[in-house]
Design a protein around this ligand. Structure first.
Ligand SMILES: [Cu+2]
Length: 326
């Protein structure tokens, strides 16, 4: 099974299947509902599944609170007696009046081209002022719907607000493009997402097995700790090489590693922050890097750790279920 098949952009049974599989995520959480829930959260209102307890331990205080009663964290919101799930991000192409424009990419696998987009305001004008967070003004995550392909990159912005970088697709499929940034005007962290389809031979890998360890570029990274949907979780990544602890991890994006966590099924983007202060340039650490996060719902999550050794960035991939889930 899983013989490679030709995937036309919008043609072919497999393409329909692929689109359908992605549409499931949309069906479970229609974009309109997401917007509505976001609006309810902003208003501090309760809508059952989202009670507006949306402070996720954001650094600097200006991060994540979608307006309204910002900064007022309900007591116990992070404890086991938490009042509800953390908010999810990245499911909408619009939030707080800002829009992720259509993303221009090469249409087919192997075609060399450019990935580009803008963040625009309601009147269509491109936003050009962004605050730096984790060393960059904008973080871009591009992930295939099955989680098997992942890139975390940093395009550059032109004076007129067009973000771009050279781009070539290695594999066909349906991808989410997630832009994570803080507009200077509001200081509020946003993650906006778009879906793009890439034509080519598709070898879909629908089964995603739980895995807390991954070897890449000769380095093995292992995640320990339980991911919880009922409070904040501590996850520790340990990096080894040939069985020996790696103690010369280099600072990367304001920490000794960068962890992206996505919910399997809809690729909702979780807020993750590293424990500890930002390392000084030239500092070294390891083999452990600790992160804090909170799963918005019980279930399966895809996690990607970027770490830097000897000047090279490596990405390890993990799949975790929330604790207590068999
Ligand atoms: Cu980044």
């Amino acid at each position: 099974m899983n013989a490679p098949q030709r995937l036309g952009l919008y043609g072919g049974g497999l393409a329909a299947l692929f689109v359908a599989s992605f549409a499931v995520a949309g069906a479970v959480v229609p974009e309109a509902s997401v917007v509505a829930w976001s609006a309810a959260a902003e208003a501090g209102g309760a809508s059952g599944s989202d009670d507006g307890s949306d402070d996720m331990e954001m650094s600097g205080g200006g991060h994540g609170d979608a307006g309204g009663e910002s900064g007022e964290e309900p007591a116990g919101a992070h404890g086991s007696g938490g009042t509800g799930p953390a908010p999810v991000r990245g499911l909408s192409l619009e939030q707080d009046g800002l829009l992720l424009s259509p993303v221009t990419v090469p249409d087919e696998v192997g075609e060399r081209g450019t990935l580009s987009f803008s963040i625009t305001s309601a009147d269509g004008a491109a936003v050009t002022e962004f605050a730096t967070e984790h060393d960059k003004e904008l973080h871009l995550v591009v992930v295939r719907s099955d989680g098997e392909r992942f890139r975390h990159v940093h395009p550059t912005m032109s004076a007129d607000g067009v973000w771009s970088m050279p781009w070539t697709w290695d594999e066909a499929g349906t991808y989410r493009v997630l832009a994570d940034f803080v507009p200077e005007a509001t200081g509020e962290n946003l993650t906006l997402g778009r879906t793009v389809d890439v034509a080519g031979d598709l070898d879909a890998r629908p089964a995603t097995a739980v895995s807390a360890s991954d070897t890449t570029g000769g380095y093995t990274a292992t995640l320990t700790g339980d991911l919880s949907a009922s409070g904040e979780s501590t996850l520790t990544a340990t990096v080894t090489r040939d069985g020996e602890p790696v103690t010369d991890l280099e600072p990367y994006l304001g920490a000794f590693g960068h962890l992206v966590a996505l919910r399997a099924g809809d690729l909702a983007y979780l807020h993750v922050h590293p424990e500890g202060d930002e390392p000084a340039p030239g500092a070294a650490s390891g083999p452990d890097v600790t992160f804090m996060t909170e799963a918005p719902t019980p279930g399966r999550y895809l996690l990607y750790l970027d770490f830097k050794v000897d000047g090279d960035v490596h990405t390890a991939r993990f799949v975790l279920d929330t604790e207590g889930r068999g």
